[in-house]
Design a protein around this ligand. Structure first.
Ligand code: DX5
Ligand code: ZN
Length: 213
């Protein structure tokens, strides 16, 4: 069954504690936390103090997506704040192998994310150090953007590259009922969704609508 990871970028930031509880009750599978530094991406969100503050309100895994220029300086802070999975951008990691090793050493699952223009080749020599590959299907920075269909081919190529390895493929950006089906058909295991989960307020119904078999 497809794993649904709601992004709290679309949540009510003034009521995060209850938003987390609502997502848990609505049968989310994990909570996706978008960390932006206004440098790697043109937006600024929140840091480890907020992650730590909301950690007690669900047992669901915290999927931390670091859209920051210097992830190496931050991974320990997010591991300590309660992250279960820490994903870094390949574009921001000159020593990706080392960064992934460090994430696992801190007891978290290690993820690599690729911007839409980044080819999948950068993953080739780190496949034994990765638990999750995050394909950005929009240019990171903001919710509510349109899914970029060219990423479907990238998902298929990565799926082939992974072969029998135990690595999940996650897709993030512009996920709705249609793009969810296409992403899963291409090989995605995890769908991140902000707008599509929060719009209208029926989180359970929205999550169920995104889940493919
Ligand atoms: C975009 C973030 C996404 C975003 C998805 O930079 O990484 O997680 O919140 O939002 P939607 O689902 O609205 O595209
Ligand atoms: Zn994200």
């Amino acid at each position: 069954m497809t794993i649904i990871a709601p992004s709290i970028l679309s949540a009510d930031f003034a009521d995060l504690k209850n938003e987390i509880k609502r997502l848990d009750e609505a049968k989310a599978d994990m909570i996706h936390l978008d960390i932006m530094d206004s440098h790697f991406v043109p937006n600024l969100t929140f840091g480890p103090a907020i992650v730590k503050a909301i950690r007690p309100y669900t047992k669901l895994p915290f999927d931390v997506h670091l859209m920051v220029s210097d992830p190496d300086s931050l991974i320990a802070c997010f591991a300590n704040a309660g992250a279960d999975i820490i994903t870094v951008h390949a574009e921001a990691c000159p020593h990706l192998d080392k960064t992934l090793t460090e994430i696992r050493r801190l007891g978290c699952k290690a993820g690599v994310s690729l911007n839409p223009s980044t080819p999948e080749d950068v993953l080739e020599y780190v496949l034994d150090k990765v638990d999750q590959i995050l394909v950005m299907s929009v240019n990171p920075g903001f919710g509510g953007q349109k899914f970029i269909p060219a990423q479907l081919e990238k998902i298929t190529r990565i799926k082939k590259m992974i072969d029998t390895r135990n690595i999940m493929i996650e897709v993030d950006g512009g996920i709705n009922a249609l793009s969810a089906a296409e992403a899963v058909a291409a090989g995605a295991d995890i769908l991140v969704a902000g707008t599509a989960v929060f719009e209208g307020g029926d989180y359970a119904g929205n999550i169920a609508a995104l889940r493919q078999n």
